[in-house]
Design a protein around this ligand. Structure first.
Ligand code: ADP
Ligand code: MG
Length: 397
């Protein structure tokens, strides 16, 4: 079975993964699993405020060939670009967040730790990974890496855990072991999305709705523009926003900003005397409202009407949450000025990717306009592809 790759990139198949596993470890793997990256249609920085998000899975996946070991040794190897190609060796019994594995291996090691810490009898393993998910592009390569690992262990050790539960364990792995304070969206998207749908997720109770999104049938397309920019200190800024949201919820005497009703926003803002908390609250509450709007419009099949909501979301992230950057702002202005229906940054911010909703007929012109704007600003050439809602995590072989 073939895994979609960008035109010009190699196609990754389960057979190719088996061959690569054999070349690294000298034996056949017990199985091959895949988990996708995601793009978030709307609902940014709402997932740690108990709010709503609406991501869908990309065709880009991280694939793992895996065998169990009975000696407690965990061997990890990845063929992806920014790792050095060495096999990392760890003992599962020694994994602990106080002394996490270094570099990329922290992500899969974290999943072993989280499963074992939750009482699941998971032993050692040999794993080889390949991926077509761009890393550090705001498309959740980290969640794909975690979820593919968790799904393989779930199957091999017959743990019987549902997708949402695997996602929770992966989030705990990333929060506690890797030390990245991310919300629950990325892992749930990778684990639970289905082809042809966006996932409406209530991050408070993890209830989900699969919402059909067939843009092609409407003559529309969603472009993903990977700016290939990753700004330093973005994790510290993420932590600050998160802490600010918690402070605002405390000041407003609610469990989380999700509890501030959109209709009561002005009253709530009037009760805050800190301008920073006002901005953070305004973003989260209006963003939750936008997710509900987008879900309703998508449910009605009115996809063109999504455009302005996406653009409003960008303005809120830029002006109130202040996590955009010149490259992301330029994608949005160049795309919208050249005929896109709407656009916004997607993912955690400070770089990464933007999404652009566009009529099929205008897609080429809009892409050219974005590329030209980047060239004249002296920015690195972005990578542009169109995204179709694709399958979530699954076993391939
Ligand atoms: P994003 O999730 O937006 O891609 P992150 O910074 O959260 O960005 O995660 C990227 C990191 O995840 C990479 O720097 C690398 O350490 C790790 N990673 C993701 N995919 C792979 C892979 N296939 N092989 C090795 N490491 C990976
Ligand atoms: Mg990530």
């Amino acid at each position: 079975m073939g895994i979609h790759a960008e035109p010009g990139e190699r196609e990754v198949t389960a057979d190719a993964l088996r061959d690569a596993f054999r070349a690294v470890y000298g034996t056949d793997p017990e199985g091959v699993w895949a988990a996708p990256g995601r793009v978030n249609l709307i609902g940014e920085h709402t997932d740690y405020n108990d709010g709503f998000v609406m991501p869908f899975a990309l065709p880009h996946t991280t694939i793992a060939a895996v065998s169990r070991r009975d000696d407690g040794l965990l061997r990890l190897h990845s063929a992806s670009g920014d790792v050095d190609g060495a096999v990392v060796e760890l003992y599962v019994g020694e994994l602990h967040p106080d002394a996490p594995a270094q570099g990329w291996a922290a992500y899969p090691a974290a999943v072993f730790w989280a499963l074992r810490d939750a009482g699941h009898a998971v032993g050692g393993a040999d794993i080889h990974y390949e991926s077509t998910v761009p890393t550090g592009a705001g498309l959740s390569s980290s969640a794909a890496l975690e979820v593919v690992t968790a799904l393989a262990l779930n199957d091999l050790y017959d743990l019987g855990l549902e997708g949402w539960r695997l996602a929770r364990l992966c989030q705990r792995a990333e929060n506690v072991y890797v030390g990245a304070p991310t919300g629950i969206m990325d892992q749930t998207a990778s684990a639970c999305c289905t082809a042809g749908h966006a996932l409406f997720l209530d991050t408070r109770d993890l209830s989900q709705r699969q919402i059909p999104v067939d843009l092609a049938a409407q003559g529309l397309r969603l472009l993903v523009v990977d700016t290939q920019v990753k700004h330093a200190h973005s994790e510290g800024e993420y932590g600050k926003r998160r802490a600010g949201c918690e402070a605002a919820a405390d000041a407003l005497e609610v469990d989380a900003l999700r509890d501030v009703p959109f209709e009561g926003l002005d009253d709530a803002l009037a009760r805050l005397d800190d301008e920073e908390l006002v901005r953070l609250t305004r973003h989260v509450v209006t963003e939750d409202h936008r997710v509900e709007q987008v879900a309703r419009l998508a449910g009605d099949g009115d996809f063109r009407a999504l455009g302005p909501v996406l653009t409003e979301g960008h303005a809120s992230l830029r002006d109130d949450f202040r996590i955009s950057c010149p490259e992301l702002d330029l994608v949005v202005s160049a795309a919208n000025d050249s005929g896109a229906l709407g656009s916004r940054m997607t993912g955690g911010g400070f770089g990464g990717s933007a999404i652009v909703l566009v009529e099929d007929a205008a897609a080429h012109k809009v892409e050219e306009a974005v590329l030209a704007a980047f060239a004249s600003a002296g920015f690195r050439t972005p990578r542009v592809f169109s995204a179709v809602p694709s399958e979530g995590a699954r076993r391939l072989a």
